[in-house]
Design a protein around this ligand. Structure first.
Ligand code: DAH
Length: 340
């Protein structure tokens, strides 16, 4: 019996496989129901009991050797396949098809890039915010309609022991407050991000969309600085030469304005999107209200600044002539592919 085991051990050791079938034959020969190991275990029953201990160990050694061999063969299977089937692993791969960037991502980075050329850096803040950063710190009176349930998603109601109400931010202006609290002027930042409003989804409105906020605070910043900055942006982004500022109202700026771009009236589409006026509203802006500055610990007697905010979807819709906001969020590959 010992001789047989030795002979088999050598055989197992020396075995190399020419393929899957060969390996399978090897397995059946040793481990199959009528295989050599079963024969040996049968024979084992008949040997004198004083030899059983040693022979038992020898038998197990053989069995382990067979199993180890099988494992190694199976692991190297991949390699032998490549050899057998002539696959060349060193060959350069084919062209991997590129995806495309999302139109909102393209527009966002282009806007940020334009502002970075005139010294603005990027800042961000949380989407789940407290009442202070979204409303109170921006000079929204307690009963302001923007806090109404119809506009705001409330996460946690305020409690009597002074716990702040938590909301999904309704605008990126909340990041202004964080920035003013955390940094000393001069401040020159742009703040892109996602915002939420409790609105029914349609071609023109969505419960989530994106904005870019801008803030510039320093000594002696004037309304003229704001106008020139926004004109620069308009010329760089839209290639349009003319803007106008219309008086408006925001609680956190004084004076406040809407900025319109002169789009022109060359084509039928120009008439359609500008409703025949040639002008398009692009963003809200204004001089940061002194009350907002002091609420964030900046002395309004020493510093002044301007702020602005625009919707990225709206700008992307103008740039790519998209007339349904929902396209941005449906991730239809046929739509997205057009931006590669
Ligand atoms: N937060 C405003 C909105 O969501 C947009 C805005 C207007 C931002 C004027 C500003 C600003 O910074 O000065 O409609």
């Amino acid at each position: 019996m010992q001789d047989k085991i030795n002979q088999y051990l050598q055989e197992v050791e020396a075995f190399t496989s020419t393929g899957d079938q060969d390996t399978e034959n090897f397995r059946i020969k040793f481990l199959g129901r009528k295989g050599l190991l079963n024969d040996l275990f049968e024979e084992f029953k008949t040997i004198p009991s004083d030899q059983k201990k040693v022979m038992g160990q020898e038998l197990n050694k053989l069995k382990n050797a067979v199993q180890l061999k099988l494992e190694t063969l199976q692991q190297s299977n991949g390699h032998s396949r490549t050899q057998n089937e002539g696959i060349d692993l060193t060959r350069p791969s084919g062209i991997v098809p590129f995806g495309s960037r999302h139109p909102l991502a393209i527009v966002r980075s282009e806007i940020l890039e334009i502002f970075s050329r005139i010294g603005f850096t990027v800042a961000d803040g949380p989407e789940i915010e407290d009442d202070w950063h979204v409303f109170s710190g921006l000079n929204f009176p307690p009963e302001h309609p923007a806090r109404d349930m119809q506009d705001t998603f409330f996460i946690r109601k305020g409690t009597e022991n002074g716990h702040d109400e938590m909301v999904l931010r309704t605008h990126t202006s909340s990041v202004q407050v964080r920035a003013m609290e955390n940094q000393k002027p001069p401040l020159r930042i742009v703040m892109p991000g996602r915002v939420y409003r409790n609105e029914a989804v349609s071609a023109r409105a969505h419960c989530q969309f994106h904005q870019i906020e801008g803030l510039y605070i320093d000594k002696g910043v004037s309304f003229a600085d704001m106008k020139q900055t926004l004109l620069y942006f308009t010329q760089e982004f839209f290639g349009k030469a003319k803007i106008r500022l219309r008086p408006s109202y925001f609680p956190f700026t004084e004076p406040s304005a809407e900025m319109d771009v002169y789009w022109g009236l060359q084509t039928e589409a120009d008439y359609r999107i500008t409703k025949g006026t040639g002008w398009l509203e692009i963003m809200g802006c204004g001089m940061v209200d002194p009350a907002v500055l002091s609420a964030s610990g900046i002395d309004p007697n020493e510093y002044s600044g301007f702020a602005f905010g625009m919707g990225i979807e709206r700008i992307a819709m103008l740039r790519y002539q998209i007339d349904d906001l929902r396209m941005f969020f449906e991730n239809d590959v046929r739509f997205l592919k057009q931006f590669s």
